[in-house]
Design a protein around this ligand. Structure first.
Ligand code: HPA
Length: 283
């Protein structure tokens, strides 16, 4: 039997999900480490464990639940991915972005990516939030390498708005109205799973990075390839290596993300109707 290509697999997954929840979602959200509870606000949720979804894997990382949640939030039809796959777990880039492609295939217009990140900008403090204005792909890999599937998107996609400036404005304005301080900055995506060395953090700062993490970049690339606009919010869970005397740990990342989860939730709930009704320039 011939192997299914990524487009065929994506369609199978989309059909499976649509049998469980037939309403087209407008907005997709991927929840990072410790941020899973943002999905608790979804009304009358349909919950599908990743283990049941064709072509998905389970997630093994603490703080990443491994569930797809569909429903309404503030009157808008949404799909949440509670848990993501990382390149450092040994998954291929294709596997890392499969869930992103699947929810884009459901017809979302906007994808909101959230993550936990280390602060590089010296003005950032643990518990702060950062809207991602752009990224540096320092993972040494790209989800679009290999033969291009023209059904998905172009061979050489433009990434001049890897993070939609429109979405950025809406999220910034929403945060300001809610009186929640939020930075705007550049996210450097590294492979991990080690945290950075202090020398690497100094290098990243000279590269222009404000925060560093191990996710988000592949998902942004895959969604842009599919013509879906992307917004990103980082929760600064710690100062990056060498910027404080505290040793970095996943425990600290998880604890600090709990401090910020309420703020991110408020911003998202209040912003999504405006993210939906905006004109979508890229589609
Ligand atoms: N580095 C990389 N990834 C991270 C960090 C960090 O300091 N904090 C949370 N995720």
């Amino acid at each position: 039997m011939s192997q299914k290509n990524i487009y065929q697999k994506m369609n199978e997954t989309v059909e499976f999900i649509q049998r469980k929840w037939s309403i087209k979602p407008d907005i997709g959200l991927i929840l990072g480490s410790g941020l899973g509870s943002i999905a608790d606000s979804v009304e009358n949720p349909t919950v599908i464990p990743y283990a049941e979804i064709p072509h998905f894997h389970g997630t093994a990382i603490e703080g990443h639940a491994g569930k797809m949640i569909l429903g309404k939030l503030n009157g808008i039809s949404v799909v949440f991915l509670q848990g993501r796959f990382h390149r450092y777990e040994g998954y291929s880039m294709e596997e890392v972005v499969f869930p992103t492609r699947a929810i884009c295939g459901l017809g979302i217009q906007t994808l909101i990516l959230t993550n936990a990140a280390g602060g590089i900008n010296t003005l950032y403090r643990p518990g702060d939030l950062m809207l991602i204005s752009d990224h540096l792909n320092l993972m040494g890999d790209n989800p679009l390498k290999g033969r291009n599937m023209t059904e998905l998107g172009p061979r050489f996609p433009d990434l001049s708005e890897a993070y939609s400036q429109n979405c950025l404005k809406v999220l910034q304005q929403t945060a300001t109205e809610l009186d929640i301080p939020i930075h705007q900055g550049i996210y450097a995506g590294l492979l991990g799973p080690t945290y950075e060395t202090p020398a690497e953090v100094r290098m990243l700062r000279t590269f222009g990075a404000d925060a560093v993490g191990m996710s988000t970049v592949p998902e942004s690339i895959a969604a842009n390839h599919l013509g879906v606009r992307v917004a990103g919010i980082s929760c600064i869970t710690n100062l990056a290596a060498g910027l404080s005397s505290v040793k970095l740990s996943h425990q600290e990342v998880m604890e600090t993300s709990q401090v910020s989860v309420g703020k991110i939730k408020k911003i998202i709930i209040s912003a999504i109707p405006r993210l939906t009704h905006q004109k979508v320039a890229t589609l």
